[in-house]
Design a binder for this molecule. Structure first.
Ligand code: G1P
Length: 289
């Protein structure tokens, strides 16, 4: 069994109801953050963490996700003919080595836990990452690479977390820690979307995990939880009875791109971060304000 984290599971099924009407015809994870789809940033983050195989959990209507990562000879030939090498390099940036992507259908929207379970055969018996693409992370050292470094230090299971205002805790999975010393702490509890006022802390599960394959057997018999869905958090609570879980408060900024204002914030932030566009972006935003 490999102990290195080589595979990542990316659940991209889901109706994207918070992003309607645009998500009617465009998968929500292909919505743009400036000039690239959300997924492009996430794949770059995962590659920087050493991920070699990407398992997408898809659903009806997500075909364009697969197409985005395919070669496009027509565009590539046109750019090459015109000598637009820079744009050509950008277009090819997201292409992964042949055989390094798998696509699995989740046939019904039964929840995140069920989506991850759909990857069991492809992941096999090795630790793996889970990446929730709509949580886009801007960080000097990519968020998943921070999680992998933590994993190499303490092993077991790692959940990336971050603080939010108390008023937001009911929207997320929340973790409780065994004391607090630095950014990496042992976890004592987890709860998915606690009722307002009942959260054990203000640290949310941010959407990057490193899990041991033993989670799959637990997911297989996991009953419905919060929202009537099979929750990954509930099976992690089970796994925590026999294995270590550490929470890593990562160093960076998260943009919840499953939310309209979150996506807008990401667009502004990532445009301002691009040296060749920053000045024009600042001017355009300034004029609007
Ligand atoms: C999922 C997880 C939750 C996590 C959140 C981050 O919830 O179940 O623990 O905090 O993602 O976005 P969802 O947003 O799918 O309801």
């Amino acid at each position: 069994m490999s102990t290195r984290v080589r595979k990542a599971v990316l659940p991209v099924a889901g109706l994207g109801t918070r992003m309607l009407p645009v998500a009617r015809a465009t998968p929500k994870n292909l919505l743009n953050v400036f000039d690239r789809p959300i997924l492009s940033y996430v794949i770059e983050e995962a590659r920087a963490a050493g991920i070699e195989h990407f398992v997408f959990i898809t659903s009806r209507g997500q075909g364009p996700v697969e197409d985005y990562f395919d070669g496009n000879p027509e565009i590539e030939e046109a750019l090459a003919a015109k000598g637009k090498d820079d744009l050509l390099a950008q277009v090819r940036h997201d292409l992964l080595p042949p055989g390094s992507m798998s696509f699995v259908r989740q046939m019904a929207p039964l929840g995140l836990g069920h989506a991850v379970w759909c990857a069991r055969d492809i992941v096999g018996d090795e630790p793996f990452a889970v990446i929730l693409p709509d949580m886009l992370m801007m960080a000097q050292k990519p968020a998943l690479a921070q999680a992998v470094a933590a994993y190499e230090q303490v092993g077991g299971n790692i959940v990336v977390v971050e603080p939010v205002p108390e008023s937001e805790t009911h929207k997320y999975g929340i973790v409780a820690l065994d004391g607090k010393g630095g950014r990496l702490n042992r976890m004592t509890a987890m709860v998915e979307k606690p009722a307002p006022g009942t959260a054990p802390s203000n640290l949310i599960i941010s959407g990057r995990y490193i899990l041991q394959p033993d989670i799959f057997a637990l997911l297989e018999k996991q009953g419905k939880g919060s929202g009537g869905e099979i929750q990954l958090t509930d099976s992690m609570v089970e796994l925590m009875k026999t294995q270590d879980f550490h929470a890593l408060e990562y160093d960076g900024t998260t943009f919840d791109c499953g939310d309209k204002i979150g996506l807008l914030r990401a667009n502004v932030a990532f445009a301002l971060q691009r040296p060749e566009f920053a000045e024009a972006a600042r001017k355009a935003i300034g004029e609007l304000l």
